[in-house]
Write a protein that binds this ligand. Structure first.
Ligand SMILES: [Fe+2]
Ligand SMILES: [Fe+2]
Length: 267
């Protein structure tokens, strides 16, 4: 059997710092998109923002996590997931018309659900399940997130931004293909092959693509700050937010590639 198949254990403090900042911003984005006659929900989004903000301060000051703090994080994140699910349900049932895409709410709900799982297990993938499938699942998760970022930004651009829209549509096709391929490889890993060099090649090949998207987001953020782009983006912070998530994907991708090497065979 191949060697070096790790359990994906990670630095939970770093992981929590990253995601709690992200979730704080989710609460802000929801608040900005809610209709002004729903003061109850706006207040709820604001208190979640305040709670997550305070938690972020605690995490920044800490050197390590203890089980009490982990429980506290899990409780706040669970509340946020419940709130996102409730907002999404209202949208699906047309009980409320918000300036928020339902897919965006589903997207940020998925991000929180995944982090909660990582927090519970202390690992990027489910301990006990077949590692190869879990590694490819990580790629599927992130590629779907990246493709949706492209969709959200594209939809928020002013229709007069024709060149930018075309650039986004071009990169979207490549992410679409990458996501489909990742799903193919994931189902092919079901019979549990001992070696899967194709999966390693795939993980290597998507890195420049993710990097390209990451740079595009960083550039769009700068241009928004300089007021050089016309859009319906509620805050330039949204672009910085999705850029940070692309950097996080690149980080997780490095870990996945390392682990996938354990499934590589020298010919
Ligand atoms: Fe996010
Ligand atoms: Fe995201």
């Amino acid at each position: 059997m191949p060697e070096d198949r790790g359990d994906g254990r990670i630095d939970l403090l770093q992981e929590s710092r990253f995601w709690i900042r992200i979730f704080k911003e989710h609460a802000l984005f929801i608040r900005l998109g809610l209709p002004c006659d729903r003061a109850d929900l706006i207040n709820e989004a604001q208190s979640l923002f305040d709670e997550l903000s305070a938690l972020e301060d605690v995490l920044m000051a800490r050197r390590n996590l203890d089980s009490r703090l982990i429980q506290e994080i899990a409780a706040v994140v669970s509340d946020l997931i419940e709130f996102k699910a409730r907002v999404l349900r209202m949208q699906l049932q047309c009980d409320m018309y918000a300036n928020l895409f339902p897919l965006l709410i589903d997207h940020i709900r998925r991000e929180a659900v995944r982090f909660l799982e990582v927090l519970r297990t202390g690992s990027l993938w489910q301990p006990g399940s077949y590692l190869l499938t879990e590694l490819i699942e990580t790629l599927v998760f992130w590629l779907r997130i990246m493709r949706e970022h492209i969709d959200f930004i594209r939809q928020l651009l002013d229709p007069s931004e024709r060149d930018l829209i075309r650039v986004l549509e071009g990169i979207r096709i490549r992410f679409d293909d990458a996501l489909e391929t990742a799903r193919d490889l994931q189902s092919m890993s079901d019979p549990r092959p001992d070696y899967f060099n194709r999966a390693l090649r795939f993980a290597e090949e998507i890195e420049p693509l993710v990097r390209e998207l990451r740079d595009l987001k960083a550039q769009a953020f700068e241009m928004l700050l300089q007021c050089r782009i016309l859009s319906a983006v509620p805050s330039p912070l949204l672009l910085d937010h999705v850029r940070r998530e692309a950097d996080k994907f690149l980080e997780d991708l490095r870990t996945v590639r390392q682990q996938l090497r354990g499934f590589g065979r020298q010919s």
